[in-house]
Design a protein around this ligand. Structure first.
Ligand SMILES: Nc1ncnc2c1ncn2[C@@H]1O[C@H](COP(=O)(O)OP(=O)(O)OP(=O)(O)O)[C@@H](O)[C@H]1O
Length: 548
């Protein structure tokens, strides 16, 4: 028999106290008639209250009760197999039902499809200050605080083991829709009343655990975010692995870090990773190109200014770089190239952590982490009085030294693959295969511009690549020369030295073109930054770029 069957009354019989039939409706089956004329069976049915009746071709449940002067028996058919099994196998089935309905520790509320209460355990009604049966017929929302039973009737989706606040206490509840022939006809809610203190303690424990889970989730997310920035530093050479370990260790400490390395070795990538792996990762990372800071503007740039403090100043005033880096990290790039005068001003802020806007009189305390970078030999600069020793001490409690590309040639294949993947995505083209000989070719070249130059060479070659396989000749076609050719060496030699006859004008034009090309590569084509960096107007830069 299917579990979704609808039970219906099949027969009704009234007997006197001796079991003699007084009245009967339905139940013409002779086998039922035989049962109903058996006083012993009726006595047992009344005592058990619920009796299964199993016939060869049908099964029924009989509900039996004493009434004044006699007994009443109702026969239900279409009872589901589970219910039938329960009543057949459990002699005290009725007592279980009674226990479930009146359990003082595990209360129940039943609503119909119209969300009206049709049954509520006595303990539950008492809890809400109602007498037995007083809640019946009322809308569940008017009786049970924070209930969601009406919601379960609507959605047909069970909600198990949830916390519900009632009269200031938290209870564990489960809500289930009840279906008949596939249609939701009502819902039943169970509330654990046993040991409210235990439930409260459980709820408190759940809260603590929820908090812990949230903390772990955030930590994992942050660790993953941090790892993304660490992995952006491509390479598996011992030097790069050590560098990544050092970053992991140093990032969480709130101490200044000086990143030293030749141009193009990835100092900015390291600064980003340090910031993102630090507890300040949610704050801002503010980069200041210390070399490009003119002494006349340094104060307004770094410390900001108040409205109307000087001609040309912004109407509303502006926060400086330090203010912007509050709760975050300030990255002073090219710090070795900072003019001495500017160094003294910087030193004061690093000592006091207080800035005052130009034209203002309100000192502001700034909470920042300092990270600096340089490709200069600061020790030599100190000897030559180009860099202040006291500033050096302030910026360098931790020094991270980045290897040049020539010190980690084994990373070239990984770097090439990473750049090709990036470029393919950028130009929406398939990632080309790389001939092994390409790596040898690239390993034999000098890399004065380090990873930046490698990226540049790969990009130039990729742009002209026509096949799906990158081979050495593609580099020649894209203008790259064999190792140690005059063109690769020309950066370090003057035009005269390179053996070309040149006038001063052509040499200067050549130098200008190279500087622009380098800056374009360095700032990845961002013309605003390039113009700023080279100290020329954007229109001048556009003219020069147009000439090429
Ligand atoms: N280890 C590396 N993995 C992947 N890309 C790198 C790596 N090192 C450098 N790069 C890339 O090289 C270029 C230059 O890197 P970055 O600007 O960080 O160098 P830098 O040392 O700060 O140079 P500079 O001293 O000239 O400012 C960027 O495109 C950067 O993504």
């Amino acid at each position: 028999m299917p579990d979704t069957a609808t039970a219906s009354i099949k027969a009704l019989v009234v007997t006197d106290d001796t079991g003699q039939r007084l009245f009967q409706l339905g139940g013409d089956d002779p086998r039922l008639k035989a049962l109903l004329s058996d006083p012993k069976w009726i006595a047992e049915a009344v005592q058990r209250r619920i009796m299964p009746v199993l016939l060869s071709d049908a099964s029924y449940i009989a509900l039996a009760t004493s009434i004044e002067g006699g007994r009443l028996v109702l026969f239900f058919d279409n009872v589901s197999e589970t219910v039938m099994r329960f009543f057949t196998q459990v002699e005290f089935a009725f007592d279980i039902i009674e226990h479930i309905l009146s359990d003082p520790y595990d209360a129940m509320a039943v609503i119909d499809a119209k969300t009206q209460l049709v049954f509520v355990s006595p303990i539950h009604e008492k809890f809400f200050g109602l007498g037995t049966g007083e809640s019946l017929g009322r809308n569940v929302r008017d009786v049970i605080q924070n209930t969601r039973l009406h919601h379960v009737v609507r959605t047909g989706v069970a909600e198990v083991g949830q916390i519900q606040k009632m009269e200031g206490s938290q209870r564990v509840v489960s809500r289930h829709p009840i279906r008949k022939n596939g249609t939701v006809v009502g819902a039943i809610g169970r509330v654990m009343f046993k040991g409210p203190q235990q439930v409260d303690a459980l709820a408190r424990q759940i809260k603590v655990l929820e908090k812990e889970v949230a903390t772990y989730q955030t930590q994992t997310k942050e660790a993953m975010r941090g790892e993304t920035f660490l992995n952006a530093i491509v390479g598996q050479s011992p030097a790069i692995q050590t560098l990544r370990d050092q970053i992991r260790k140093v990032a969480p400490l709130d101490i200044p870090v000086l990143i030293q390395g030749e141009s193009g070795t990835g100092k900015e990538l390291v600064a980003k990773a340090l910031h993102m792996l630090s507890p300040r990762g949610h704050g801002r990372l503010i980069t200041v190109n210390a070399a490009a800071l003119p002494a006349s503007l340094v104060e307004s740039e770094l410390f900001g200014y108040e409205a109307g403090s000087f001609t040309g100043a912004d109407q509303k005033g502006r926060p400086g770089k330090f203010e912007q880096a509050d709760k975050g990290t300030i990255f002073l790039d090219e710090i070795g190239d900072m003019p001495l005068e500017v160094q003294s001003k910087l030193l004061r802020v690093l000592q006091d952590r207080i800035v005052e806007r130009v034209g203002g009189d309100k000192p502001r305390h700034i909470d920042f982490r300092l990270c600096s970078a340089t490709n200069r030999d600061l020790e030599r600069f100190i000897d030559e009085n180009k860099f202040r020793l006291d500033l050096f001490y302030r910026i360098s409690p931790v020094i991270l030294k980045l290897p040049s590309l020539s010190e980690r040639l084994e990373d070239i294949p990984l770097l090439v693959e990473s750049f090709l993947t990036e470029l393919s995505a950028q130009y929406v083209r398939p990632v080309p295969e790389v001939d092994e000989a390409v790596f040898d070719f690239l390993r034999e070249r000098p890399w004065s511009g380090n990873v930046r130059e490698l990226r540049h060479v790969i990009e130039r070659t990729f742009v002209f690549l026509e096949s799906s396989r990158l081979v050495v000749s593609d580099f020649h076609q894209a203008g790259e020369q064999a190792p140690f050719s005059p063109t690769t060496a020309h950066r370090s030699a003057s035009p005269g030295e390179s053996g070309q006859a040149a006038t001063l004008k052509t040499a200067m034009n050549q130098l200008e073109r190279e500087m622009i090309a380098d800056a374009m590569a360095r700032f990845e084509g961002n013309k605003k930054k390039v113009a700023e960096f080279l100290g020329v107007s954007r229109s001048y830069l556009y003219t020069k770029l147009g000439e090429e």
